[in-house]
Write a protein that binds this ligand. Structure first.
Ligand code: NDP
Length: 260
């Protein structure tokens, strides 16, 4: 029984591509996919850093390769998928995680900042998902796409209008893709994280202001731990979530149900 349950969550023999695998959530979940038995393609712009991370995982016996990918550039995305296929075959699971999170109040927000945010956090997610889905459909293979949205795609936060708009777009994109791709046996779901310490949060939660925020705004009164994203990711990526598509899982210490 235990073995059956574990095998439902296994990614053994699957090819998984993780975008934004050079730090934070992506780096952590790339390691989790390796431990779940997958062949893992780690993608981001900082290739040197990716290579180091991939090498450390290989030392532990994992099959992983680092590929350069800028999600804002179609030819870079296509080239990364070509490299992934050459290494491990058609990509069957995508963790669509690459993103940026620079805050700026709306009155000061420039055209360039708005475009850069949307082009990375929304267009990039669409571009990678479409590229993966086209290749899966062509190969007539089932697949799973897991988009990293945010609780800021479901609620809003001061100084983050561009980020919130992009992440709300990811939520709707996830549902639209789920609808269109179900007939190809490609599932599309999203995770909406609350706050986790990564390069993106840039030490804010160590400050007095950050600590006060956690105490007042997060019902569990603490940040998330990266390992707390492992279960939701494996559920959506593996056969354990075989009948799930179009869902958005909040992993946020209860923040989205905080009292008004
Ligand atoms: P990090 O800053 O640690 O990681 C972001 C990753 O995205 C890096 O690996 C970076 O790699 C990559 N990236 C950024 N721009 C591009 C690009 N144009 N092309 C390819 N890769 C890119 O942050 P997190 O791990 O926290 O963020 C991961 C995801 O989680 C993001 O989508 C973020 O919005 C989301 N999220 C994070 C939360 C948190 O509290 N940390 C909360 C809610 C959502 P490189 O620079 O090497 O390209």
């Amino acid at each position: 029984m235990q073995k059956d349950i574990n095998s439902r969550f296994s990614l053994a023999g699957r090819t998984v591509l993780v975008t934004g695998a050079s730090s934070g959530i992506g780096a952590h979940l790339a390691g989790v996919a390796c431990r779940a038995g997958a062949r893992v393609v780690m993608a981001a712009r900082r290739v040197d850093r990716l290579r180091e991370l991939a090498e450390a995982l290989r030392q532990d016996g994992s099959q992983t390769v680092a590929v350069a990918m800028d999600v804002t550039d179609r030819s870079s995305v296509e080239a990364a998928f070509d490299a992934a296929e050459a290494a491990f075959g058609v990509v069957e699971v995508v963790l669509n995680n690459a993103g940026i999170g620079n805050g700026q109040r709306v009155l000061e927000l420039s055209e360039q900042e708005w475009s850069h945010m949307l082009s990375t956090n929304l267009d990039g997610v669409w571009r990678v998902a479409q590229c993966a889905a086209q290749r899966l459909a062509r190969a007539e293979r089932p697949g799973s796409i897991v988009n990293i949205a945010s609780m800021l795609g479901l609620r809003v936060g001061t100084g983050y209008s561009h980020y919130c708009a992009a992440k709300a777009g990811v939520v709707q994109l996830t549902k639209s893709l789920a609808l269109e791709l179900a007939r190809y046996d490609i599932r599309v779901n999203a995770i909406a994280p609350g706050y986790f310490t990564t390069e993106m949060t840039d030490g804010f939660f160590d400050s007095e202001k950050g600590q006060a925020y956690i105490h007042n705004a997060v019902p569990m009164r603490r940040l998330g731990r990266l390992e707390e994203l492992e279960g939701p990711f494996l559920l959506l990526a593996s056969q354990a979530g075989a009948y799930m598509s179009g869902s958005v899982l909040a992993v946020d210490g209860g923040q989205l149900v905080g009292s008004l």
